[in-house]
Structure formats: C-alpha cells, structure tokens
Design a protein around this ligand. Structure first.
Ligand code: CP
Ligand code: NVA
Length: 316
C-alpha cells in the first residue's frame, strides 16, 4: 500500500470523482479488489465507528452496501430517511450537518441536490459520501470500472459505451471516471438528452491527459468494438413526470440482442447500475443472459464502498 496516497484519504469526502486524481481512483480500485478477496474474513476495522445514512430517495444496493460493509466490521450504521429527520425542512442542512458531525464518524447522503451533499461535507467536519444525487453517482462508477477490470484487466484503453439517457447522474459520473482513467467512453443518446456541455468541457482536458476518447453521438453503430455496453433507467428518480416523453425518445436506444450484436464482438459485457426496468432500457434476454455482469457489478458496490470507508476513516 502506498502510504503517501493512503495519507491523502484520511478524513476525505467523496462528493464527485472530479475531486480525485487518477492515481487516487486507482488506489481505491486496487483496495476494492483486496477487500473482495478478503470476503468472509472476520476483520473488525470499523469497531467504535458510526455512520449516518441519509436518504431522500429510495435505495436497495447503496443502502445495503453501506450498512453491511460497515456493520459486518463492527461499525454502527444508522438509517435516517426524510420521514425521520428534518433535512432542509424545519432545520437547515447546515445545522443538521453540524449536529451529525458531533455524533457520527461519517455521513452518507442520497438525494436530489449536489449542493446538499456539498453542504453536509463543508459543515459536518466528517467524511461525507455521495450515494447519488441528481448530478453524480460516484460510488456506482467505481464498482462499474472494477467490474470492467474483472473481465478485461486494466481499464486503460478499453471502450465503454453508455446507451440511453446521456444526461443522467450515472452517465455523467461514467464520463468523469473514464476521462480520469483513460477509458474510451461513448455516450449514445438522442440529442435532446446529451450530457451538458459544461461537464463535457470540464472532462476535455482530463481526457486529453489520460488518453481517453470521449464521444457523444446518436449513432447506434458507434457501439462497435465496445468492451462493455452500459445502460440505466430512462426515467431517473425524481423525474417520474417525464416517463412518457422518455419512452418516446429512447425506445430506439433499447439494449437488446440486435444492439449487442452491433458491437461485432462475442465477448462484450453488459453493465447496468440497477434497478432495471426490463422491457424498457434493456430486454430480459440481455440482462439475464450470458453477457450480463450486472449482478457482479451490484456485489462490487459493497467492496468499493467498504474501500472508500476504510481509506477515509483511516481504518486500513
Ligand atoms: N445502483 C444503485 O444505486 O442502486 P440503488 O438505487 O438500489 O441503491
Ligand atoms: N439514474 C438512476 C440511477 C439509479 C441507481 C436514478 O437516478 O434513478
């Protein structure tokens, strides 16, 4: 373990991977692989630590990954939904952060605004982990790249193609991590759902440095040669009123056997952050078929999340 890098993680939040250097992301990925290899061992590295889990939106994987990763090593996680606490209603986010920072070793937040997770980090004095906002889903994409590497080795120079809602939190976070790590990343989406230019411009110098080719297109043939094809739901949490509009826009972009065949490769893997709406963004024969690594990817959420907590809480 590189102790200089290790030192950089102590007390650190994970709000977006834009804040992390490539070598720091590499460190987290390598640590995640080590954590996975240790699966089932009885280490108790979080003994005496506490974790507040704040949820404005629903979750299966993220909540369970944080709770089980922390709890099985002696930590005490506390789940707090907006039905339980005043978060921004009746009590400001700043005041909630100050109080939680006095009682907890770390905070996880899942919700709407990126500014909320940023305020929690700036006011609590403890590490804060972004478990998904409208803008980013950084813990997800660590698990995605880990899964890509389990299948193809070092991710640098590999091609990951996201097909679907190109402006959502997962597509945006993939663009960031791929730019940092030198993964060629293609977003195939209708122009109305292109990722915002601000993010593309932010990623341009990063990808120039790493050698990643970042492309945004509506041409499905650009899936050709992909190591991995990735999709996500067409309507993200909080956008339920857009469902009909998204189905109309995105139906041609469904990931089905015809689309997978356009890669021209037999070994392309399929990734999905889950939950999936089978029959919309992906057909059951793809997500439940031999190309799918969605279930490994879901498990890897736990290992990557444990790695982030071990590093930032100085529990290595
Ligand atoms: N992928 C993911 O974040 O899943 P959950 O919404 O179930 O946490
Ligand atoms: N884009 C999806 C991801 C779910 C993990 C959403 O925000 O609902």
């Amino acid at each position: 373990m590189n102790s200089t890098i290790n030192e950089k993680f102590k007390g650190r939040s994970l709000l977006t991977l834009l804040d992390y250097e490539a070598e720091e992301i590499r460190f987290l990925l390598d640590l995640s692989k080590q954590v996975k290899a240790e699966k089932g061992s009885c280490k108790q590295r979080f003994t005496g630590k506490t974790l507040a889990l704040l949820f404005e939106k629903r979750s299966t994987r993220t909540r369970c990954a944080f709770e089980t990763a922390f709890g099985e090593e002696g930590g005490h996680p506390v789940f707090l939904s907006t039905a339980d606490i005043q978060l921004g209603a009746k009590e400001s986010v700043e005041d909630t952060a100050r109080v939680l920072g006095r009682m907890f070793s770390a905070i996880q937040f899942r919700g709407f605004k990126q500014s909320t997770v940023e305020t929690l980090a700036s006011c609590s004095g403890v590490p804060v982990y972004n478990g998904l906002t409208d803008s980013f889903h950084p813990t997800q994409v660590l698990a995605d790249i880990m899964t890509l590497e389990e299948n193809f080795g070092d991710c640098k120079g590999k091609k990951l193609c996201f097909v679907g809602d190109g402006r959502n939190n997962v597509a945006r976070s993939l663009m960031v991590i791929c730019s940092k790590l030198g993964v060629h990343f293609t977003v195939i989406t209708p122009p109305a759902l292109n990722p915002d230019w601000e993010l593309i411009e932010l990623c341009a110098p990063i990808s120039a440095g790493s050698g990643a080719k970042i492309r945004v297109t509506d041409d499905l043939s650009e899936v050709s040669g992909s190591d991995a094809v990735y999709t996500d739901v067409w309507t993200s949490m909080g956008e339920e009123d857009k469902k009909a509009e998204r189905i109309a826009l995105l139906s041609p972009y469904q990931v089905n056997p015809t689309l997978m065949a356009k890669t021209g490769r037999a070994d392309t893997i399929f990734l999905h952050c889950l939950p999936a709406v089978k029959g919309e963004e992906v057909t059951a024969d793809v997500i439940d078929g031999p190309m799918s690594r969605a279930w490994d990817e879901a498990e890897n959420r736990k290992h990557t999340i444990k790695a982030i907590m071990l590093a930032s809480l100085d529990c290595l």
